[in-house]
Design a protein around this ligand. Structure first.
Ligand code: ADP
Ligand code: MG
Length: 618
């Protein structure tokens, strides 16, 4: 497998894209207290699928350069994703391997492993020594191998081989090589030499982590193996190849996981590095001639000469199969995805199909308390994936009210995001939703027993078709009309769109009730006009709509520069908008702007007016 894929060339300057592998760790009982089973599974060596949280009758299928399933051994991961890049390091080229994913998904297992199951780091270091030893003496080069080990924590560069040192600077020499003046660099002549330095430094880091608020999951641990080769003949030419092996900080949203103790600055710093990494990988993999924002964070600045350019990079995205990781898995996959599509195929559900059920009746039942069950939270016992023709009468299944599930999930997200004072009310909403679901379940049971009865009667009726009218097979609770397959651009951190039907909107720090936004505009004296939106009503409706779409397009596709081209959007706001997009996906309508931190209703009205008038050239 060639590790280097050139996607564009600019004269002699070649840009390599980052190869993306996904590793699914085995299902762990202890991580699944509710016994919900896995929500993600592998399909083959490049594809996997995950339950679609927006519609449990669908899965989202992702395609990657490589997929490593639960049973993949450390050796297999190493051989397929890491070993191929190592030979380049001996030829004076740079390479990087980094493990991405939420805390608990297996990054450290992949990179470090254990004594019994050594991971990428020990295997790669051994292999570098093997490759050097195997080099033919006739080739005329002498090799020297050295190591550095550092950590980026809170956007500070710390030397793990010299723990007393302070934040170190990152510099670039005239040949555009990145280096860290003052960083310990020890020559190692064997694997056991490496172990002598590496093991105590790793232990130091782990010990520090328990004292310092799980610091290790919030910092990036970076091992640098440098291979310098010197020509034996004059003028003793030297070439340096660098190999970075990186155990990244956890990609989970610290606000959502409710890390109380964590300071805003700390989580912000991690997000900045990971956020910038996503931008860098995105720019490299899109192949477009856009500026690669290496300088926007310490991590990407350090990796600048080892990511893209002529370097060879592999990202191993680690994911966990349990439901408690669901949203973090989803966003990790979206970060890493080359492409994805929605597939109409239920995943882990058990449902019962019933004979033709008048739609009206079903609706009435729902009104009277609803029907259905909690969709994708059930463990499938037989492991089958039900496939049924949605048009067949027997597939007219009892439908869970989708909005309840969506609402429940969104509300749970909200609970995590709201400040304490708002939590109580949201928690009540969640409880209410849970109650609704219980009722839906009850209703479904009733339907099931009725259906059974019906089926028995049908069997006993002489002359009835051999094929039972009612098949007690698994089938989707709800079939939406088949959607068009949506192939999504690579590496968008989140494709999820916030549910539009929610009664409660999410903000960065507060929750607010949905309001009617349309009619408030700011008057020159600063007062709000609560009447008709007079300036809007004076404009041509078609042009108004076009302008809104134009603004929406910039909001959804623009980078900082394009966003700043909008009225009233400065650098800070542009970054906030990008951040919001990363977390929540696309803006479905302009009013979504109100969910962005600092965008009050008043500011939104003023933003809207200024931009629409500007777009219409008024
Ligand atoms: P992270 O570094 O992403 O926080 P860890 O590597 O610490 O996650 O993994 C969490 C737990 O899962 C550990 O107990 C680890 O041993 C286990 N684990 C992770 N990946 C695997 C795997 N592929 N096989 C077996 N156990 C694994
Ligand atoms: Mg770890």
């Amino acid at each position: 497998m060639a590790q280097r894929v050139t996607v564009s060339s600019d004269g002699n300057k070649k840009i390599s894209r980052v190869r993306v592998a996904v590793r699914l760790r085995p299902y762990l009982d202890k991580e699944d207290e509710k016994g919900e089973g896995p929500c993600v599974r592998g399909l083959d060596k490049q594809n996997l699928e995950i339950v679609n949280w927006r519609n449990a009758t669908e899965t989202v299928k992702y395609h990657f350069d490589a997929f490593h399933g639960e049973k993949t051994t450390q050796q297999e991961v190493f051989l397929s994703s890491v070993k191929p890049v190592l030979s380049h390091v001996l030829n004076g080229q740079n390479a990087s391997v980094f493990a991405y994913g939420p805390t608990g998904a297996g990054k450290t297992h992949t990179m470090l492993g254990s004594a019994e199951k050594p991971g990428v780091i020990p295997r790669a270091v051994r292999e570098v020594f093997n490759l050097v030893h195997a080099k033919d003496a006739e080739e005329g080069w002498d090799y020297s191998i050295s190591m550095s080990y550092l950590e980026i924590y809170n956007e500070k560069v710390l030397d793990l081989l010299s723990p007393s040192s302070q934040d170190l600077p990152i510099r670039q020499d005239k040949d555009k090589n990145i280096f860290i003046p003052g960083l310990t660099n020890v020559t190692i002549s064997s694997f056991s030499d490496f172990d002598t330095h590496f093991v105590p430094a790793s232990l130091n880091r782990t010990t520090a982590s328990t004292k310092l608020n799980q610091r290790s999951s919030r910092s990036h641990a970076i091992l640098l193996i440098k291979v310098v080769r010197t020509s034996r003949v004059l003028p003793h030419r030297q070439q340096t190849g660098k190999l970075y092996l990186v155990d990244l900080a956890g990609s989970e949203d610290n606000r959502r996981t409710g890390n109380q103790g964590i300071r805003l600055k700390e989580s912000g710093a991690i997000n900045l590095s990971l956020f910038t990494l996503s931008k860098v990988v995105d720019s490299l993999n899109s192949g477009a001639s856009v500026r690669v924002p290496y300088r926007d964070s310490k991590l990407t600045r350090l990796l600048q000469d080892s990511l893209g350019g002529s370097a060879h990079s592999v990202m191993i995205t680690n994911i966990a199969p349990e439901y408690k990781y669901y949203f973090d898995t989803f966003s990790a996959l979206n970060f890493a995805a080359k492409s994805k599509m929605i597939v109409n195929k239920p995943f882990t559900r058990e449902t019962v199909a019933v004979p033709v059920l008048p739609v009206k009746r079903a609706r009435e039942e729902h009104k009277a308390g609803g029907s259905g069950s909690e969709p994708h939270r059930k463990k499938q016992k037989d492991g089958k994936t039900p496939e049924q023709d949605a048009s067949s009468p027997s597939a007219n299944s009892i439908s869970a009210e989708p909005s309840v599930m969506d609402r429940l999930i969104a509300l749970e997200k909200l609970v995590m995001n709201c400040q304490n004072k708002d939590r109580l009310s949201v928690t009540k909403d969640v409880a209410q939703s849970r109650k609704e679901i219980q009722e839906l379940k009850k209703k479904q049971k009733e339907f099931e027993s009725k259906a059974m009865l019906f089926s028995q009667v049908a069997k006993e009726t002489p002359g009835s078709a051999e094929e039972p009218v009612f098949k007690n097979t698994t089938a989707p609770l709800q079939r939406k009309p088949a959607r068009q397959q949506a192939v999504v651009q690579p590496l968008q951190v989140s494709q999820l769109q916030p549910p539009v039907h929610l009664a409660v909107f999410k903000k960065q720090s507060v929750c607010v009730k949905k309001r009617e936004l349309s009619s408030r505009i700011e008057l020159p004296d600063g007062k709000e006009n609560m009447k008709e939106n007079s300036w809007e009503s004076q404009l041509d409706t078609q042009m108004l709509e076009q302008s809104k779409q134009k603004i929406l397009h910039i909001l959804n596709s623009g980078g900082v520069k394009e966003l700043k081209s909008l009225q009233q959007i400065g650098d800070k706001k542009a970054k906030l908008l990008l951040g919001w997009r990363e977390l929540n996906g696309q803006f479905t309508k302009l009013e979504d702007l109100e969910k962005v931190e600092g965008m009050t209703e008043k500011r939104f009205a003023s933003f809207l007016k200024a931009n629409i008038l500007s777009a219409m050239g008024k």
